[in-house]
Design a protein around this ligand. Sequence first.
Ligand code: GDD
Ligand code: MG
Length: 366
Amino acid sequence: MTEAVRATEAILLVGGKGTRLRPLTARTPKPMVPAAGVPFLTHQLERARAAGVERIVLATSYLAEVFEPYFGDGSRLGLQLEYVTEREPLGTGGAIRHVADRLRSAPQDPVLVFNGDILTGLDIRSLLAAHRNSGADVTLHLTRVADPRAFGLVPTDPDGRVTAFLEKPQTPQEIVTDQINAGAYVFRRAVIDSIPADRPVSVERETFPGLLAAGRHLHGMVDSTYWLDLGTPQAFVRGSADLVLGLAPSPAVPDTTADALVLPGAHVAADAKLSGGTVVGAGARIGAGARVHGSAVLDGAVIEEDAVLRDSFIGAGARVGARTVVRDAVIGDGARVGADNELCSGARVWCDAELPPAALRFSSDQ
Ligand code: GDD
Ligand code: MG
């Protein structure tokens, strides 16, 4: 018998309330916002396919209708894709259970489950191998972060057996480890079937703690490869740049030796300078003397002459006026920022808003 370490099916969680990135882009759900030239979800789909996955069920609730027209049946990516929409968001566990009837795996087979907002270099085959070797009910990818408060804390024993699951720890006493749930799992298929159906369930707050209380085996694989939750606009910009720079590996990014990615149909003035993994979307224009570092400039955006952008997100069709400085900021789709402004430190300009010339400064005038 061959011992292929493989799961043929995966569930991708792309639902929830989905409001946190506003006004990064109001018109596109987060998984479809382009990162390095393709909807973000493409990177996860292609990475799963490269690890041997054949079928992926997208569990959606929020603006679900945008996924299928773009990805279709998945054949363009060499995948079979299915879409299941919840009437109301069912939470992470509820969403997983909701798609169980689409799975073809046998009760003991491994099924991959991915949070849809993660950019990672995880070796999916290693996760499957860890699952097979441990014989666990669920195997979790864990990573280490400096501040675990926004995540699920997952202490393990020396053998990697999970000893607790503490979602979003609130008190210092709860912070017992720097290992967090990285949002990629292998479930024994039968465990998915055991999640209660047709009501909201949090896999983090209910399913995992419940399995542990029942003495079931959860295994954690700590892997410190590239990992980023794209839950904030700043993280999204960082992830986009890291894809271009090749720090975040994705089969959907062909040339990872470049310092910037200029998509077909974009126009960049000869003396403009692009660096730090900047992406310039289709039909976007970068004016003379502009300097753009580590930023995502989406389709059709216009950056006028001598503007300076750094680590920022410029939404589709937005305009940044001449000499305007944008650092660590987000300009929503279709917004217009006049000349000679200065936006820094997490400033967000709402979609379609207009800022007159010389309206805003952050630095002193001396
Ligand atoms: N279909 C569906 N329905 N998907 C959902 C729902 C839902 O009701 N709720 C959340 N999701 C999806 C989100 O789209 C996302 O891809 C994933 O489930 C996780 O939800 P988030 O809202 O992004 O959770 P989080 O980032 O606060 O925390 C989760 O991820 C962390 C790692 O980034 C948890 O799994 C933490 O334990 C983990 O550390
Ligand atoms: Mg998240």
